[in-house]
Ligand binder design. Structure first.
Ligand SMILES: [Zn+2]
Length: 437
């Protein structure tokens, strides 16, 4: 059995770091080793100790002086939007009508879906992201393309065909019945196949009729172990329109509550303008609010109140995500850099350890996959990112004055991007150096 022994500075989190000095919240080895066998980490710790367990035949790869972390996790992203990222001049509903819906009609063509799925996962790996929770288009073929590509690469990904049956062009509409049937067929075909996870994915309340929302709720009841992902409370016009479409609802969250869509594996993108009642409802059900800073800034949607959600008597579980193509960068480093600024505008701080916890273990916990990924612990899948804090001349110069790990992490987050990512391992396989580009 071949095994691989990685050497470098290893950093992995045990829990949320309360402060910048909360050393017991993470494990850091200045000269660390990770022994990988069959796609899993089978030993982790000081290199000298791990080397003893490796045996003569192990392939040794020395990444010193770079940092080895668990691969980044992106909790909300739209793979069919690669060709509309960086489109000018719209708020949410205009953005959808002008750019998103016309673009997503292209995914009726299965060949187009396969091409973009391949390029999308290339881009993710290039940026150090090894797991995503992805929205496909309404077309069943788009989800088939995504899962086929993901399975070929042995990536742990969560994805689903979008369900949407109104308030959009015909080319991106299903019906309550076809949305239900296609979702079921995809679940049967892909959920649990290798590392693939299916997410029931009603796009949001505006594009689903009450009948379709019933069907989404029925799927959640039939498959209680599956994820559910949708959008919630992103912008004021969206909230007002939702209120018109569901006049009986107490608030936006109540619509999803009514159809049984809240729960521990439910991921709600944005959650910017929630009332206390809505935040309580998310908290009581264990639902997850997904923070998408670059998207929220780009579309002018508002400022996610990260620290308030954490601090409240009924805390809300939080994930972080790029939300490409409303988001403006594929990198989780760039995302948390903008996240830091959003939190700063709310008069708060997010320290670098908290930030890197969020990108790795925090997102793994929020997606309920922390027993598999998000750490470098023994038994974890070997999804690993290798980061070089001297990747550019400006970073190299700044590193001359960096004295602590916290400072180095903050530099990586503030100036880092895909150039910072030296290598990426997906289930133990070197995936970045494997790519053609
Ligand atoms: Zn989104």
């Amino acid at each position: 059995m071949t095994s691989t022994l990685l050497r470098g500075r290893t950093l992995s989190f045990v829990r949320w770091p309360q402060t910048i000095d909360d050393h017991s919240a993470w494990r850091y080895e200045e000269d660390g080793g990770l022994l990988i066998r069959d796609g899993r980490i089978v030993a982790a710790g000081a290199y000298a100790d791990v080397e003893k367990q490796a045996g003569e035949a192990a392939k040794k790869i020395d990444h010193r002086p770079h940092l080895l972390l668990p691969g980044f996790i992106d909790a909300h992203v739209h793979f069919p939007q690669m060709q509309i990222i960086a489109s000018y001049g719209a708020e949410l509903l205009d953005w959808l009508n002008t750019y998103t819906f016309p673009e997503e009609t292209k995914f009726a063509n299965a060949q187009h879906g396969r091409r973009i799925a391949r390029l999308f996962l290339d881009e993710m790996v290039r940026h150090g992201t090894t797991t995503v929770a992805a929205y496909c288009s309404v077309h069943k073929a788009s989800a088939e393309a995504f899962f086929a590509e993901s399975h070929d690469r042995n990536m742990l990904n969560i994805a689903g065909k979008v369900m949407m049956d109104r308030n959009a062009p015909d080319g991106v509409l299903d019906t309550p019945q076809s949305g239900y049937d296609d979702s079921k067929a995809l679940i049967a075909q892909w959920h649990g196949k290798g590392r693939q996870h299916y997410a029931i994915t009603p796009r949001f309340a505006i594009t689903s009729s009450p009948d379709q929302m019933e069907m989404a709720g029925a799927l959640c009841r039939e498959y209680p172990d599956l994820h559910m992902q949708t959008h919630l409370s992103e912008n004021h016009a969206e909230i007002a329109f939702t209120q018109e479409l569901y006049p009986w609802s107490r608030d936006y969250t109540d619509v999803y509550e009514h159809y049984g869509l809240l729960g521990k594996k439910s991921l709600f993108g944005h959650c910017i303008h929630l009332s206390d009642r809505e935040a309580d409802a998310l908290s009581d059900s264990g639902s997850v609010a997904v923070f998408c800073p670059t998207s929220n800034l780009f579309l002018g949607s508002g400022l996610f109140d990260y620290q308030r959600f954490r601090r409240r008597d009924k805390p809300v579980r939080i994930a972080a995500a790029t939300d490409v193509g409303g988001g403006t960068n594929y990198s989780m480093l760039r995302t948390m850099d903008e996240g830091y600024k959003v939190i700063a505008l709310n008069g708060e701080k997010l320290n670098p350890f908290q930030s890197f916890w969020q990108m790795t273990r925090g997102n793994a916990e929020a997606l309920s996959v922390a027993e598999k990924i998000g750490t470098l612990d023994e038994g974890s899948d070997a999804d690993i990112v290798v980061l070089d804090a001297r990747a550019t001349p400006a970073m190299r110069l700044r590193m001359e004055t960096v004295e602590t790990l916290a400072q180095e992490l903050f530099l990586l987050q503030t100036l880092g991007d895909d150039r910072t990512v030296r290598e990426v391992y997906v289930a133990g396989r070197a995936a970045k150096s494997d790519m053609a580009i």
